[in-house]
Design a protein around this ligand. Structure first.
Ligand SMILES: Nc1nc2c(ncn2[C@@H]2O[C@H](COP(=O)(O)OP(=O)(O)OP(=O)(O)O)[C@@H](O)[C@H]2O)c(=O)[nH]1
Ligand SMILES: *[C@@H]1O[C@H](CO)[C@@H](O)[C@H](O)[C@H]1NC(C)=O
Ligand SMILES: *[C@@H]1O[C@H](CO)[C@@H](O)[C@H](O)[C@H]1NC(C)=O
Ligand SMILES: [Mg+2]
Length: 407
């Protein structure tokens, strides 16, 4: 049976439910600040998962949508916390099969204290260590699996809306972040489109729920993209200090920058990108020539390259740049560093090194590139040194969109 709930009616219902839920809930507090009788079972937790094939850098954007949603909910008195979904089995992380493939907490890549200062977030292992005393499974009240509407532009317009369908028409395609001891009481399929804050209406359709999970969280969109709130959240996403230290050491030792750096950097996204977007991707020769054109008047002779290209392609690019008179650098992790930082951490080190360059050239529409550009905005580099892209050898080349910081 399909239950249709239209938004107009919904607003009234939500408002009533929200007020009730508020009163019923006696509040979340940090573990160390908690009064003795408050345990994790009294608090409300929002879990989420993302479409399995999505990469690390889109997931960072999905996190921001949820983190901002939590902050705004707190400001309205809703005491929910966001559970950081451990990193598990990402498509691009090829070394993970060599390494022990375990769910990886966010602290591995990010500065957790900084995330917590911005938004009420908690790591999965913190939930587990609280639960362990009295149960060995994590039972979630409800799992909402988001799906797109078959026709997103009904009547030619994209409107915010959602409707609960029953729980038999869709399947959870994730792995509960790699855990086998997580179960749900009920699963519901939900057609959803629009702003993420609309999820509160959905969540409050069951006002007694305390542990709610959203699958396909990427379907819910930012309420406001590129605003001050967006950038506040983005600035809180500081990296793990060890990754920063490793990148800085490389910059100092190899690129000779202590206070100011005078190298150019390039994010050269290949692999699935150059296959699926071959029309947007330059040839290797084209890449080398474009890099030269960008920097020839800048008195720069060192080029740092971050790439996922295969060795043969990368060697070819390096050779071409050397012939043009440049010194070429790239970060080669040791075995031990791969084991310690994992592919995700190595990619972040590449991103940090690109963030501090005097001039950056990115790959069109790569979220990996977007995150570098944001970092450079935060660090205060002039936009002209940041929003540059590699173009296809022939044909049109759309200008990169400039998402400049709002302070
Ligand atoms: N070390 C390193 N890894 C990279 C580089 N480029 C891509 N990767 C890997 O490939 C992944 C790319 O996937 P995403 O993070 O989704 O970024 P994207 O695929 O460029 O962008 P979208 O497909 O639009 O999401 C990264 O997370 C890295 O694991 C690079 O320059 N250096
Ligand atoms: C679930 O399994 C994980 C990994 O084995 C473990 O760390 C966690 O403590 C378990 N959770 C509970 C509630 O026992
Ligand atoms: C060019 O760079 C070199 C080394 O980085 C520096 O010594 C030199 O003064 C620079 N020249 C100009 C014209 O800026
Ligand atoms: Mg991707």
């Amino acid at each position: 049976m399909i239950i249709r709930i239209w938004l107009v009616h919904l607003f009234t219902i939500i408002n009533i439910l929200l007020t009730k839920a508020d009163i019923a809930n006696n509040g979340y507090c940090d573990r160390d600040q908690c009064s003795e009788e408050t345990t994790i079972s009294d608090s409300k937790f929002l879990f989420y998962d993302v479409n399995p094939p999505e990469g690390f850098n889109l997931r960072r954007d999905v996190y921001m949508r949820f983190a901002i949603m939590m902050v705004e909910a707190r400001s309205k008195g809703l005491d929910w916390s966001l559970v950081l979904p451990p990193w598990f089995y990402l498509y691009h992380w090829r070394s993970e099969t060599v390494n022990e493939n375990k769910p990886t907490p966010w602290s591995h890549f990010f500065n957790i204290n900084s995330l917590k200062e911005y938004s009420p977030v908690i790591e999965m292992h913190e939930i587990f260590s609280n639960l362990k005393e009295y149960t060995n499974t994590l039972l979630l009240d409800r799992l909402y699996i988001l799906e797109n509407y078959p026709n997103m532009f009904e009547d030619g317009e994209f409107k915010d809306k959602w409707e609960i369908r029953d729980g038999t028409n869709c399947n959870y395609d994730g792995l509960f972040w790699g855990y086998t001891n997580i179960t749900v009481k009920e699963t519901l399929c939900v057609r959803f489109q629009g702003k993420i804050s609309k999820l509160w209406g959905l969540i409050n359709s069951h006002p007694n729920d305390k542990k709610v999970m959203i699958a396909h969280g990427e379907i819910a969109l930012h309420d406001n993209y590129g605003t001050k709130e967006y950038w506040n959240c983005r600035q809180s996403m500081k990296f793990n200090q060890k990754l920063i230290d490793t990148a800085k050491k490389y910059m100092k030792d190899k690129l000779n920058c202590i206070k100011k750096c005078n190298y150019a950097s390039v994010h050269w996204r290949r692999q699935d990108f150059s296959r699926s977007r071959s029309k947007d991707s330059p040839s290797i020769e084209g890449t080398a020539n474009q890099i030269q054109n960008f920097i020839k008047n800048l008195n720069i002779s060192d080029i740092f390259i971050a790439t996922d290209a295969v060795v043969t392609e990368f060697d070819e690019l390096i050779q071409k740049l050397i012939i043009l008179g440049y010194r070429v650098y790239f970060f080669t992790p040791t075995e031990a560093q791969i084991r310690e930082f994992k592919d995700g951490g190595i990619a972040i080190i590449d991103q940090i090194i690109c963030s501090y360059s005097a001039f950056f050239i990115g790959t069109h529409e790569s979220t990996f590139t977007f995150r570098i550009q944001e970092e450079r905005e935060i660090l205060g580099y002039p936009s002209s040194t940041t929003f540059n892209r590699l173009c296809p050898d022939k044909g049109e080349c759309e200008k990169p969109s400039k998402w400049t910081i709002v302070r």
